[in-house]
Design a protein around this ligand. Structure first.
Ligand SMILES: C[S@@+](CC[C@H](N)C(=O)[O-])C[C@H]1O[C@@H](n2cnc3c(N)ncnc32)[C@H](O)[C@@H]1O
Length: 398
């Protein structure tokens, strides 16, 4: 049955159900955030989507590039909720959103209240025109919509108490730190070594310190801050090794390395299939030279998983894999490593050592902490990731 767009009672009931679901799952913890989700009519921001889709916990794609890559979307409600919870918007806050769509800006407007303000900036004029029109339609005419490269923030409205970045960033732009009030908070989906985490940072003096992190996924930043991971093929166009821009690829195995006989070693470390191994991957990335991430997939049962942690030398590669337990719960697997090439065994031994350290000392710990300093600042101890504008330092407690 076709859904009538003007069926506002149905929209309200679906909206209430979505907010209730996000509260029940524990995604929304703050009643003010739940009230904002009940108030903002998401269906008005995705006019082409039926009501059931508009109020499903799913991303709604809005625009693709000529190459078919998604470059604009109205974000998934649960990701929006997690980031808004991280941002902890207070009544009266001045908020900057980077990456517009209208929906998130309207939620931020509800939370900042009459004494606060919301500015949203997008690089794409099609997006800002649509966001302007839809925000007006939904009753949020006082949200300021700006067309610009968000890399530079929006200086004439600064300083901000909160900045919420809704596009994947590889770096923290200097303008974002400069335009954030001391003690203010920026929430940003930061991509490091093949993983995107939404990180809430507080500004402490001239640098940023992380307060919380959560796994997320967003479209990639365009403009001056755009960045590309580099792919080294190791099995034609089916599988490659992915490196970040700051990683020096001194040597890598040649295409075809997987044709050699594999080495495989099991670690005895058991995990639930559902357990996110995000922190393990970052632990390996911060302790092992030659760290990279597998991209693509090979057919077959023993196929390496896309996104698996890997380590490469000039002629060898080893990567994380798993196998079902012979005895024990079905959802549990044992972690191990598969390697190819003359250094395979050495790479596997180094990865197993680090896996066991992570298992004993960090698996149930608070996870990594991140600090961001502008280039030229004195840097704290920890693993350093030099980006174009900033240094990201990763440190582990526990
Ligand atoms: C996931 S969408 C934003 C979703 C939105 N906040 C919402 O309410 O659902 C990401 C947006 O970031 C924009 N974007 C990409 N690079 C940008 C940049 N350098 N500056 C500002 N916006 C950018 C894209 O045009 C896209 O519209």
């Amino acid at each position: 049955m076709a859904v009538l767009r003007n069926d506002s009672a149905q929209a309200e009931s679906l909206r209430t159900a979505l907010a209730r679901q996000l509260v029940a799952e524990g995604t929304i913890r703050d009643e003010r955030v739940a009230a904002a989700f009940r108030a903002v009519p998401r269906h008005l921001f995705v006019p082409h989507a039926p009501l059931e889709i508009a109020y499903a916990d799913d991303v709604v794609l809005m625009k693709r590039s000529k190459a078919g890559v998604v470059i604009s979307s109205v974000s998934q409600p649960s990701i929006v909720a997690l980031m808004i919870e991280q941002a902890a918007i207070r009544p009266g806050d001045r908020v900057l959103e980077i990456g517009s769509g209208g929906y998130n800006a309207a939620l931020l407007r509800e939370l900042a209240g009459p004494g606060g303000s919301v500015t949203t900036v997008d690089i794409d004029p099609e997006v800002t025109e649509r966001a302007r029109a839809l925000l007006d339609l939904a009753g949020y005419a006082d949200v300021r919509v700006v067309r610009a490269d968000g890399e530079y923030g929006v200086p004439d409205e600064a300083p901000y108490d909160r900045i919420v970045v809704t596009v994947t960033a590889w770096d923290i732009a200097t303008a974002w730190i400069d335009q954030l009030r001391p003690g203010g908070r920026i929430v940003v989906p930061l991509r490091v070594r093949g993983q995107t985490r939404s990180i809430a940072f507080d500004r402490v003096g001239g640098h940023l310190e992380s307060r919380s992190t959560t796994l997320c996924g967003f479209v990639s930043m365009q403009g001056v801050g755009a960045n590309y991971e580099r792919l080294v093929p190791i099995a034609g166009d089916r599988l490659g090794l992915c490196f970040d821009e700051d990683q020096e690829i001194e040597a890598h195995p040649c295409d075809g390395v997987l044709a050699q006989p594999p080495e495989q070693v099991w670690s005895g470390v058991v995990v639930d299939r559902e357990e996110p191994l995000l922190d393990l991957n970052l632990w390996l990335a911060t302790t092992l030279p030659g760290y990279c991430v597998l991209s693509g997939e090979l057919p077959g049962v023993a196929a390496p998983r896309a996104g698996a942690a890997a380590v490469a030398t000039g002629d060898s590669v080893a990567y994380l894999c798993c196998r079902p337990l012979r005895r024990g719960p079905e959802s549990f697997v044992e972690l191990g490593f598969t390697g190819y090439g003359p250094d395979a065994r050495d790479l596997i031994d180094r990865m197993i050592d680090q896996l066991r350290i992570w298992d004993v000392h960090h698996r149930r710990g608070p996870g990594p902490a991140f600090q961001v300093h502008v280039v030229g600042d004195e840097l704290p101890p920890g693993f350093r990731i030099p980006r174009r504008n900033s240094h990201i330092t990763v440190s582990w407690k526990g």
